[in-house]
Design a binder for this molecule. Structure first.
Ligand code: SF4
Ligand code: SF4
Length: 445
C-alpha cells in the first residue's frame, strides 16, 4: 500500500495500490461532465446554436475558473494580496441538516448541544442567489449533521449546479442511502460524495458509529456504500467522485489495511484522517507512539504538548507554535437557520460573525434549549447525548440581517484576520484551543 499526504488536512493520507487519486486533476479533465458547465451550455443554446469552437472556449473558461479557485485555496497569500473587490469566499459550508441519526463518540455533537433541525428551502434559495452573484466556486452541503436527512437535498444540489457552483460535495454517514436515494443523488449533479466510515472491522465500526434512534449495522452501511458505487458504474456516471475516510483512533489504527481492503475495489479515493479532539478525549495513539511522544516531552522539559500528528506511516509531528489560519480567507459556514460562522472548527457555532436570516437571530437559543432539555429528560434518541453542554457564546455580532458579502468584508471577520496577522491567534477564544492542524507549525520528532 502507498500513502500520500492529502494536500489539505495535515497528516491525513490517501491510500492506494496503484495511482493516488488526485481530485483537482480529475475535476479539470472531466469538466465537460460537470453539471455547472452543462447548465450554462443549455442556457446559451436556448438563444443560439453553439459552435464546437464556442463550446471548447466555454469549457476552457470553466477549467480555468476551477484552477484559479484551487490555486487561491492553496495559497492564502494570493488571497490576502487580492483583498480588494475580487476578494470573496471560495467556499460555503451550508448546513442543510443539523440533525444526525448517529452518535459517534469522537464527534463534537456528543459534547456540545446541536439543534436537530433541517434548512428550509426559502433560506437556501436566498443563499443561492448570493452564491450566483458572487460566483462562489464551491459548496459543501453539510456541516454539523447528516445531509441525507434533509429530504430536499437532491433538489438543493441541482439548484447549486444551476447557479454555477463548480464543486458541490457532501459528507455522509450513508445510513439512509438506499437504492432510490442513491439514484436521485447520482442524477443530481453532485461532484463529490465523502463517506465517513470508521474502522476496518464490524466491531470497531459499530463502536465508533452507534445509532441514535436504532442500532447501526456495519453490514447495512457497507452495502449502502457499495451499492451506490455499483449503481454509479451501472449508469456510467463520471460524477460524483467517491471518497471514503476513516478517523484514526487507537482501535482503528491497526485496521488500516482492513479498511483499505473493504473499499479500494470500488471507491475512487480511500483516505485516513487524523483524529481531532472534539470533546471525546479519545485515545488515538498506539503504545509505542505514546512512548515516543512522552520521551520527547521529557527530553525537552515540556509539560503540555496537546498538539501532535501521528501519521499513518508512523511519523510523529509536534507543534508548539501557531500560524495564521487559512480558513478565514477561504470559507464561511452557514447554519440551518442562517447563523454564520467563520470556520469548520467552531463546532458549537460559538463565534457567530453575522446573520443571513431572522430565524438565525430569533430561534437559535430556543432550538438549543429544546435539545438540551430532551437530553436531561433522557428522551428516546437522546440517551447517548447525556454529556452535552450548552455552547458558550464567544462572539455576539450586531443583531441585524446581512448579506454574505457584507459579512465577508465586515468588522467581525476583520477583527479575527487582523489578530491572526499580528500573530495573536491565541487571543481569540475560539482559536485558542482549536485542533485545526493547518493553524500550527509542525516539526517531525
Ligand atoms: S455521523 Fe458525523 S455528524 Fe453524525 S454523529 Fe457521527 S461524526 Fe457526528
Ligand atoms: S484557528 Fe481554528 S477556530 Fe480559529 S479560525 Fe482557524 S479553524 Fe477556526
Amino acid at each position: 500500500m502507498e500513502f500520500q499526504d492529502q494536500q489539505v488536512s495535515k497528516g491525513s493520507s490517501h491510500i492506494s495500490k496503484k495511482k493516488i487519486f488526485l481530485k483537482d486533476e480529475f475535476m479539470i479533465e472531466n469538466m465537460q461532465y460537470n453539471m455547472a458547465f452543462e447548465y450554462k451550455l443549455r442556457e446559451l443554446e436556448k438563444e443560439t446554436k453553439i459552435s464546437e469552437f464556442k463550446r471548447s472556449e466555454l469549457l476552457n473558461e470553466y477549467k480555468n475558473k476551477y484552477k484559479k479557485y484551487r490555486d487561491n485555496w492553496y495559497n492564502i497569500n494570493n488571497l490576502i494580496a487580492e483583498k480588494n473587490s475580487f476578494f470573496k469566499p471560495l467556499s460555503l459550508d451550508i448546513e442543510t441538516a443539523s440533525i444526525c441519526d448517529l452518535a459517534c463518540p469522537h464527534c463534537f455533537r456528543e459534547y456540545i448541544v446541536t439543534p436537530d433541525k433541517i434548512m428550509k428551502e426559502e433560506l437556501y434559495l436566498k443563499i443561492m442567489k448570493e452564491v450566483k452573484d458572487l460566483e462562489i466556486p464551491s459548496i459543501k452541503l453539510n456541516w454539523r449533521g447528516e445531509p441525507l436527512l434533509n429530504p430536499l437535498l437532491e433538489k438543493f444540489i441541482k439548484i447549486a449546479k444551476q447557479n454555477g457552483v463548480l464543486d458541490v460535495s457532501i459528507n455522509t454517514n450513508a445510513t439512509t442511502l438506499n437504492e432510490a436515494k442513491s439514484i436521485k443523488i447520482l442524477n443530481s449533479g453532485l461532484d463529490q460524495i465523502i463517506f465517513s466510515f470508521d474502522g476496518g472491522t464490524k466491531k470497531t465500526y459499530e463502536k465508533m458509529r452507534p445509532g441514535r434512534f436504532k442500532n447501526n449495522q456495519f453490514e447495512k452501511i457497507y452495502e449502502n456504500i457499495k451499492n451506490f458505487c455499483l449503481l454509479k458504474k451501472k449508469y456510467n456516471k463520471v460524477f460524483p467522485i467517491t471518497k471514503i475516510q476513516m478517523v484514526m483512533t487507537k482501535s482503528s489504527r491497526n485496521e488500516v489495511k482492513d479498511f483499505f481492503d473493504l473499499f479500494s475495489e470500488f471507491i475512487d479515493d480511500v483516505v485516513i484522517t487524523q483524529y481531532q479532539e472534539r470533546g471525546g478525549k479519545m485515545d488515538d495513539l498506539l503504545d509505542e507512539q505514546k512512548e515516543k511522544l512522552n520521551n520527547y516531552k521529557k527530553r525537552n522539559n515540556i509539560k503540555d504538548l496537546n498538539h501532535y500528528i501521528a501519521k499513518v506511516n508512523g511519523d510523529i509531528l509536534v507543534s508548539e507554535d501557531r500560524k495564521s489560519c487559512d480558513q478565514i480567507y477561504q470559507r464561511l459556514m452557514v447554519t440551518y437557520n442562517g447563523h454564520v460562522g467563520m470556520c469548520c472548527h467552531d463546532w458549537g457555532a460559538k463565534h457567530c460573525i453575522g446573520y443571513l436570516d431572522e430565524e438565525g437571530i430569533k430561534s437559535y437559543d430556543k432550538d438549543l434549549t429544546q435539545v438540551f432539555n430532551s437530553t436531561k429528560s433522557n428522551k428516546k434518541g437522546f440517551e447517548l447525548l447525556k454529556n452535552v453542554k450548552m455552547p458558550e457564546k464567544l462572539n455576539t455580532p450586531d443583531r441585524k440581517i446581512s448579506t454574505l458579502k457584507e459579512i465577508w468584508h465586515g468588522k467581525e471577520l476583520k477583527k479575527v484576520r487582523d489578530m491572526h496577522l499580528q500573530k495573536k491567534i491565541n487571543n481569540i477564544e475560539i482559536c485558542k484551543n482549536c485542533s485545526y492542524k493547518e493553524s500550527y507549525h509542525w516539526k517531525k520528532i
